[in-house]
Each structure stands twice: as structure tokens, then as C-alpha cells.
Ligand binder design. Structure first.
Ligand code: 1CP
Length: 336
């Protein structure tokens, strides 16, 4: 499988491609399935419909990998923290006050439908299409749990300085729960897993080491002990100058890059041979035209000769025309 080869540090040409949030609102068939499910959480917990939306972008564009359709906030919900998605506003949870309210022993029962989605998908996907399982990185999930919503995470930032032991306890529970959650996905049929540390970049270096790198490393160590040969992609978004340390220390096999990190700069910061994933600016996919064509060609020149997974630097937005996605895939596949 092309995708696995790259994660094993082999250069493959043309590079495999998939897009973060490739199942989503820019697709009319996604909107139709979501309407059938009712709300977003019901969609994530409905194995038949979650399988359907995962497959939609694969059938339409022929991506090299499918990512399980779910959300990083399903895990804290399974741990007992209330979750709802306010229409047009994003996730909302009651900010976590007391670690004792979390119920790790109940989580597997709540996320069981996600595992059913994974096993259905491994059965229905073409053999050559990789199935990516995923979880949020503990620091990123803790941000939502402590603040109760996205948007700067002011409470998390304050607690990290004023009550670091509380933050450490939350991260400990999350780290262990994430290991079990990802392990269950691998047992159900995921070919590799990805840790979304989307808000890694809000932490200054000392906190980045303790709250991002250390928990990521523990997750990678235990998962790799349990599942020989498992490959793990880490996405420490906006890591900035901490990127090299993350790539060396977190234990991941590939590093997802955001769009403000240049590939030559990332390569200079990391050990030779580091596998990268990314990092086209999602805005270019919305704009299409010459701007996108030129940026994609430049990117292909930059990744030639290196093991690389082509992707965006962050998730696809709902306003992207499908024709631009088809054009991107065509540009990549035609690069001889
Ligand atoms: O239909 C809808 O209106 C819901 C929109 C939506 C979708 C399609 C949300 C709400 N989540 C998802 C799916 C999702 N989320 C996937 C599925 C697979 C795929 O990529 O196709 C994945 C991997 C995620 C991961 C996720 N959820 C992250 C990490 C990646 C990232 O974007 O940085 C984060 C931060 C979330 C939280 C979340 N879920 C949904 C929203 C709108 C948000 C972000 C809120 C915020 O900006 O703080």
C-alpha cells in the first residue's frame, strides 16, 4: 500500500493524497446524510451513516486514504463530559471542574459504535486505500474540556500556570483513555492512526514539552508496544520552533505540517528523512485557478525525492468547490 510505504520512509511518486476533513459540508451528499442523521453527534455514533460519509470522498475523488468519520470530542463525551454542537457555532461542553466526574470505565461502551464504523470501513474500502483512525492529542482535547468551547482557550492557558497539577491530572486521564481508544480502533481495522494536536501552538516551550510532547510520546510508545508495526502521524499545529523537538521526541512516524510552516524550513529543523504530511493552504483550495495550480506545482517540486503525504495544512472549509478538489487530485496524479 502506497500510503504505508511512505509512512515507512519510502519515497513514492506521485505522493499519496488525502485531505483533512475530506468528508464534510462542501459535499452535497455529506449534507444529505447529515440531514438523515439529525445532529452531528448522532452521525458520528451511527455506524451505517458514518461509514457512508467516510466513503463519499473516496468514491468521488479516489483519495489514497480514508479517515474515520468521527470527531476528537467524542472521547471526552464518552468519558462523561456533556457535549453538544451549537448550529454554526462549534462545540460546547460544561467546562471541567472536577476530575472525579470523568468515568474512564464507561468510555468503551459509549464509543463502541465508532469501532463498528471502523470495522465496517475496513471491509468496504478498496484494499489499496488506507484507513486512518484518529484521536485528538491530549493537550488539544483538554483545551476544549477545560474551556468548554473553542476560541483561544483562556481558562486552559491560565490553569496551565496557576493550577498545573489539575491540568496534569486531566492530561493523565486523557492520555490513558486515548491509548485505549486508539488501540480499539487499530483492533477494529485502522491501518494507522493520527493524533490531532491542533492547538499545540498555544503553549510556550516548557508547557509544549510537558503537555504536548510527553503525552504524545507515551501514547506512541504504548500503542507501538501493543501493535507491532503500527504507524502514527502527529499533527502539532502551529508548533513553530518546537517542530524539530516534536519530530524527534514525540515518537511519531510522520509529522503533519500547517500552512505557515515551509517545507524547506521544516526539513532544516528536523532529522534527515523525517516524513511530512501537508501542507497546502486551505484558502488556495477555495480559490482554485492559477494561484492553486502554481502552488501545487511548487509543492510537488519541493516534495520530489522525499517521502511525503500530500494534504492541506488544516481542514477543508465548507465553501470549497468540488471541482477544485478534483483539479488538485488531477495535478498530483499527473505529475510524472
Ligand atoms: O456537519 C457539521 O456541521 C460538523 C462539522 C464537523 C465535521 C465534519 C465537525 C465539528 N467535526 C467534523 C469531522 C471531523 N473532525 C473529522 C472527520 C474526518 C475528516 O477529516 O473527514 C476529524 C478528523 C475532526 C477532528 C477535529 N474536530 C479537530 C482536529 C482537526 C482540526 O480541524 O484542527 C478539532 C479541533 C475538532 C473540533 C471540532 N469539531 C467540529 C468543529 C466545528 C470543531 C472545531 C471547533 C473550533 O474551531 O474550535
Amino acid at each position: 500500500m502506497k500510503f504505508r510505504d511512505v509512512l515507512g520512509k519510502k519515497e513514492v511518486w506521485p505522493p499519496p493524497i488525502w485531505l483533512m476533513r475530506q468528508a464534510g459540508r462542501y459535499l452535497p451528499e455529506y449534507r444529505a446524510t447529515r440531514a438523515k442523521a439529525g445532529d452531528f453527534i448522532s452521525l458520528c455514533l451511527n455506524p451505517v451513516l458514518a461509514e457512508e460519509v467516510t466513503l463519499q470522498p473516496i468514491h468521488k475523488f479516489g483519495f489514497d486514504a480514508a479517515i474515520l468519520f468521527s470527531d476528537i470530542l467524542i472521547l471526552p463525551m464518552a468519558l462523561g463530559q456533556g457535549l453538544r454542537f451549537a448550529e454554526g457555532e462549534g462545540p460546547r461542553m460544561p467546562p471541567l471542574e472536577d476530575i472525579g466526574t470523568l468515568k474512564p470505565e464507561q468510555a468503551a461502551g459509549v464509543y463502541a459504535p465508532v469501532m463498528e464504523t471502523v470495522s465496517r470501513l475496513r471491509g468496504s474500502l478498496p484494499q489499496e486505500t488506507a484507513l486512518i483512525g484518529f484521536a485528538g492529542g491530549p493537550a488539544t482535547v483538554a483545551c476544549y474540556m477545560l474551556d468548554g468551547q473553542g476560541g483561544g482557550f483562556p481558562r486552559t492557558r491560565r490553569l496551565a500556570y496557576e493550577q498545573p497539577d489539575f491540568v496534569r491530572q486531566v492530561l493523565k486521564v486523557l492520555t490513558e483513555a486515548t491509548i485505549e481508544y486508539l488501540s480499539a480502533q487499530v483492533k477494529a481495522g485502522a491501518d494507522c492512526v493520527m493524533l490531532f494536536e491542533s492547538w499545540a501552538g498555544i503553549f510556550p516551550p516548557a508547557q509544549f514539552r510537558e503537555f504536548v510532547i510527553s503525552p504524545n510520546r507515551r501514547i506512541c510508545e504504548i500503542l507501538k508496544e501493543r501493535h507491532k508495526g503500527l504507524k502514527i502521524i502527529g499533527f502539532p499545529r502551529l508548533a513553530g520552533l518546537m517542530l524539530g523537538e516534536y519530530a524527534r521526541e514525540a515518537g511519531v512516524d510522520a509529522v503533519g505540517l500547517d500552512s505557515v510552516t515551509g517545507l524547506p524550513e521544516a526539513r532544516a529543523a528536523c532529522t534527515a528523512g523525517t516524513v511530512f504530511q501537508g501542507n497546502l493552504d486551505p484558502l488556495l483550495l477555495k480559490l482554485g485557478g492559477r494561484a492553486m495550480d502554481e502552488a501545487v506545482k511548487r509543492m510537488l517540486d519541493e516534495v520530489r525525492g522525499h517521502p511525503h503525504i500530500l494534504n492541506l495544512g488544516h481542514g477543508i472549509t465548507p465553501d470549497v468547490p468540488e471541482a477544485h478538489v478534483a483539479r488538485l487530485v488531477e495535478l498530483v496524479r499527473q505529475s510524472g
